[in-house]
Design a protein around this ligand. Structure first.
Ligand code: GTP
Ligand code: MG
Length: 304
């Protein structure tokens, strides 16, 4: 698959910041940022920017998701050429404000209508946020789940906690989100040892149920460490036990032996349902010497 068929799209303040930093990690993909706030739209020539509303209108959608959704609908003719040719749209948005909670689901709907698979990564707000924000976030998430093929629920408190531990600024970009998207993109690019493609993704998603993504990385000889890294994902309200579909992609150095790959894949798929459908891909690169990264798309999850 060609990187140009993958569109990384951010909606709202947080979504756009994450899309920009994620795109920097995967520069062969395309970038789209959508917001009512001009600060999110300064991306230069490397991507497309769509403004929610006219320049004369007030900044932001001021925590009004319905307004953001309406504005997204009215610019569908401008979004269409950007969505055209995208086979996979990775959509990033923070729930709880106006733009992300309102426009992300509408963008997902437009992207699917144009033929793309949509994987949304949506953050849920801090518990101490006002109840109003929490209810906007829940409604935005529900809409996104209806419109996207996969919605990965990220817990903002858990993401912020991880970022603090690593001394990074979670609002500018999150290493975990970057790693997740980078892993997903690399699993689909053509240079893999065992190639995965969009058909594989579609086949795992066809079985229905909720789905999520996980990423784990670390030294390739420490299988337990890899599992612990994946298990520390800052996900909200999801139980990956008993998944019935699994798309798993391993990346490692040229030193990674087939036996080691099998051990890693086996350790990761052991907790799935006994008759789960598993599709495995792998890639070796010089940069990954001694290291491994595992990305998994799990489907058929039961709601909590
Ligand atoms: N505590 C905290 N939460 C934040 C911060 N930035 C974003 N969030 C959370 O993330 C959610 C989405 O934020 P944004 O992406 O900036 O919102 P938006 O989609 O641009 O929404 P509008 O600006 O209202 O149109 C908010 O509701 C907050 O819950 C921050 O600096 N601190
Ligand atoms: Mg905003």
């Amino acid at each position: 698959m060609d990187g140009q068929a993958i569109l990384i799209a951010g909606v709202g303040g947080l979504g756009c910041a994450w899309a920009r930093s994620t795109h920097r990690r995967c520069p062969s993909t395309r970038l789209l940022v959508v917001d009512a706030d001009d600060r999110s739209l300064r991306i230069g020539a490397e991507g497309h920017a769509l403004r929610l509303g006219h320049v004369m209108e007030a900044e932001g959608c001021a925590a009004l998701p319905a307004l953001a959704e309406l504005r997204m609908r009215t610019i569908d003719q401008m979004a269409a050429p950007v969505l055209q040719g995208a086979e996979l749209v990775v959509l990033l948005a923070g729930m709880g404000g106006g733009a992300g909670s309102g426009a992300a689901a509408e963008l997902a709907r437009q992207a699917r209508r144009s033929g793309a698979i949509v994987i949304a990564i949506a953050s849920m707000p801090f518990d101490e946020d006002q109840p109003h924000r929490a209810s906007l976030a829940r409604a935005g998430l529900a809409a996104l789940e209806r419109c996207a093929d996969v919605t990965v629920r990220v817990s903002l408190p858990r993401l912020a906690h991880r970022a603090r531990e690593r001394g990074e600024d979670w609002s500018m970009g999150s290493e975990w989100i970057e790693d997740l998207v980078d892993g997903l993109v690399h699993s689909l690019l053509r240079m893999s040892l065992i190639n995965l493609d969009m058909m594989d993704l579609r086949s795992i998603l066809r079985d229905g149920g909720a789905a999520t993504l996980l990423v784990g990385s670390g030294p390739s000889d420490d299988v337990q460490g890899l599992i612990a890294s994946a298990a520390s994902a800052p996900l909200a309200d999801v139980n990956v036990e008993g998944a019935t579909g699994c798309y798993i992609h391993l990346e490692g150095g040229r030193d990674l032996a087939i036996g080691q790959m099998e051990a890693i894949a086996d350790a990761f798929t052991r907790r799935l349902s006994r008759d789960a459908k598993v599709i495995l891909g792998a890639r070796v690169t010089d940069e990954m010497h001694g290291q491994a990264r595992v990305i998994m798309l799990l489907s058929g999850l039961r709601p909590l």
